[in-house]
Design a protein around this ligand. Structure first.
Ligand SMILES: C[S@@+](CC[C@H](N)C(=O)[O-])C[C@H]1O[C@@H](n2cnc3c(N)ncnc32)[C@H](O)[C@@H]1O
Length: 385
């Protein structure tokens, strides 16, 4: 029986495809027709928004076709973590997805592996583009894989889906021509290189600390994966292996000693404002940190940013006093955190203020390093030490 939604969604999907084309995210007729033919509301029947208190509010996408056929990330699964709920899966904003598929230079006949099935929306796009027999996708979450399989089947698509840790790839169906990772990794699993055909391409989100990294487009050479970071920055949720890995260890020590106060001339939110500097800070020694904000109780606007390391070291940097291009900060604890950001900023200036596309990554079976301009040049930073 044909329902009103069946009649309505194709116009919404076509409009989304047109919008993505106008924005430059779709550059071929083949991807336009894949977006126009894919019922996102079937793959994402329910999505969640966070209100100002942090609570998640669910909504049925069939009741809001304008919102589900939009260039918007939709949170699709939540997990309870003690006293709060965390987002554990989302349908990536279609603009980013299509841009990545364009960067991956996908052609007819390519065999594809996706890491992070999630809703199955991307697997559906790929299945339209390539035929479902060439599409393989894995997700660590068996429930998500089961739902994606059922929903894909209702629209006549049967790509190969597997519930397993994507760090292992999907060796039984290798080699692949293209690998797309839709969850972020701190280093590239060598299994992905082994399962990629020579000459193949992988597009992978490398992230260590929060926002410290970007997508890297890597070519499969004889003994390595190698390529550059993409000019536009993007971010995916981190790959998870089990719950213990995901929960950030609380600071184990109270910061000791006297607070150290001074001012900095490096602007206080590089993880938002200058992510190359933030990545360099990570590469030259920033320990794993959690980022927080101090809010003004009257209007809930942030007045200071905080970094906290596992050894209890903290820095609190004022966000408000920018009148003279310097920001007051207070540090506690054994590890001076902000000097690492300042050194990274100085390095970035010395290197000629590079954007992402001057940075590259080489991955071998034994080691992985980030470089600037050329893989074996003067500046290299290990990802594996
Ligand atoms: C941004 S979502 C993927 C979006 C998806 N491609 C889509 O089209 O809806 C990230 C996904 O990565 C999955 N994930 C996290 N850790 C993983 C792992 N170790 N192996 C495979 N998938 C993983 C999550 O369960 C989540 O579904």
């Amino acid at each position: 029986m044909t329902t009103t939604i069946d009649l309505k969604w194709p116009a919404h999907a076509r409009r989304l495809a047109d919008q993505l084309q106008q924005a430059g995210d779709i550059r071929s007729a083949a991807w336009h027709s894949a977006v126009a033919a894919t019922p996102r509301h079937v793959l994402v029947p329910r999505a969640y928004d966070q209100d100002h208190t942090g609570a998640w509010i669910g909504w049925d996408t069939a009741d809001h076709l304008d919102r589900v056929y939009a260039a918007q990330t939709l949170v699709t699964a939540l997990e309870s973590r003690g006293d709060y709920e965390a987002s554990i899966s989302s349908s990536t904003t279609p603009g980013l997805m299509l841009r990545m598929l364009d960067q991956l230079d996908v052609h007819d006949g390519h065999k594809m592996l996706e890491i992070g099935t999630g809703s199955g929306y991307n697997a559906a796009l790929l299945s339209h583009r390539l035929g479902d027999d060439l599409v393989h996708s894995v997700d660590v979450d068996a429930e998500l894989v089961g739902l994606a399989r059922e929903r894909l089947a209702t629209i006549g698509l049967h790509p190969t889906l597997a519930a397993q840790d994507g760090a292992d790839g999907l060796p039984d169906h290798a080699p692949y021509d293209r690998i797309i990772a839709t969850c972020a990794v701190p280093t590239v699993p060598w299994a992905w290189a082994e399962q990629l055909r020579h000459g193949g391409l992988a597009l992978i989100d490398i992230k260590r600390n929060f926002n410290a990294g970007n997508l890297a487009l890597l070519h499969r050479h004889q003994d390595c994966l190698q390529g550059r970071f993409t000019a536009r920055w993007a971010s995916f949720m981190a790959m998870r292996h089990n719950q213990a890995d995901d929960v950030q260890a609380p600071a184990t020590h109270q910061p000791g000693g006297e607070p150290r106060s001074r001012a900095t001339d490096v602007s206080p939110r590089p993880w938002e404002d200058n992510r190359v500097v933030w990545f360099l800070a990570d590469l030259i020694g920033m320990p794993s940190v959690t980022i927080g904000y101090v809010l003004d109780p009257a209007n809930r606007q942030p007045t200071a940013a905080t970094l906290t390391a596992a050894d209890g070291s903290t820095v609190e940097i004022s966000l408000t006093d920018t009148s003279i291009g310097s920001w007051p900060l207070v540090e506690h604890g054994p590890t001076p955190l902000w000097p690492i950001v300042e050194r990274a900023h100085e390095l970035w200036r010395d290197l000629g203020s590079p954007g992402w596309s001057r940075l590259g990554l080489t991955v071998t079976a034994d080691t992985q390093w980030v470089w600037i301009d050329e893989p074996h040049g003067k500046h290299q930073w290990s990802l594996t030490n």
